[in-house]
Design a protein around this ligand. Sequence first.
Ligand code: PMP
Length: 353
Amino acid sequence: MMAAWSDNIRKVEPYVPGEQPKDTNVIKLNTNENPYGPSPRVAEVIQNPDLLRLYPDPTASQLVDVIAEYHGVDSSQVFVGVGSDDVLAMSFLTFFNSDKPILFPDITYSFYDVWAELFRIPYERPALDENFRLVKEDYYRENGGVVFPNPNAPTGIYENLANVEDIISHNGDSIVIVDEAYIDFGGKSALELIDKYDNLVVVRTFSKSRSMAGLRIGYAISNPILIKALNDVKYSYNSYTMNRPSIIMGTESVKDDAYFKAMVAKVVATRTRFVESIRPLGFTCLESSANFVFATHENIPAKEIFEAAKKAHIYVRYFDKPRIDNYLRISIGTDEEMDKFVEFLTGYVQSIQ
Ligand code: PMP
């Protein structure tokens, strides 16, 4: 018999992040990391061990201010957290407290349903259309909130801003979170709508375009009322979410815009080059505006390619889920890494056909 206390345990099925192999001798294209290091200004900060002795500023004001200045908003419009996962989780907790279901697409970032389950938020997942595009009309019904990434994950597809605005404007009674984890790699940000709609929250991360996944920095931009609500929840939970190295290194990253833009441009150029080089092998990629592509082969099952690549020490991501189980999500590495992957795929495809 199960102990009585077992009824009191919160039971959740956790999110499973992409594998972080112990073996360093792999080409790692499975978790959308940036292949280039962060700005050299970030590395300089590590030289100072005194950094770790003091508690951090609980408001992380240095980082908040520099992000606000970068985006041309007031500091009262910026909330920072431990990666955008933390910011999104806090946002679910803060904004999604209705009995009505929140809405997000059937194919999207697979953490959304995990947070909804964890916080016991009812949810519905309107299906993307057959081209994996958002059906904006599905979000016009009554709901307790809306969340979607733009560009979407794991498809990489960018939804134009007019459609995003339609969803925001049809949902005046609930909060709409636009998760822009990948926006720096393509597409127009919803940030320009921040002053127009009081129900909009835009979430960003330093993990992809800023090459700082290991440090864990994310942020939300909204109006001061919603940012205060987020901070109230944060201070009711943990005052020191942001550590001192993150605050200082994040600040340095934002200050080095030229380096940031150059690295993003390199990734985007490699993405185009990679898509073109696998097309002749029988692959089709959805049009990507992210630092990854979602690819399918005309006759070899994605799962087999995933497993064969892994044996060859090349890691990509495979989701064994309805509608996308014949696709591979391939993060964009350096040109050299992608060339090695193309070389592997060429040999593999020939050996099968
Ligand atoms: N949103 C989306 C759509 C993502 O793919 C990811 C990366 N797993 C995140 C948010 C979270 O990224 P991070 O916590 O590193 O900022």
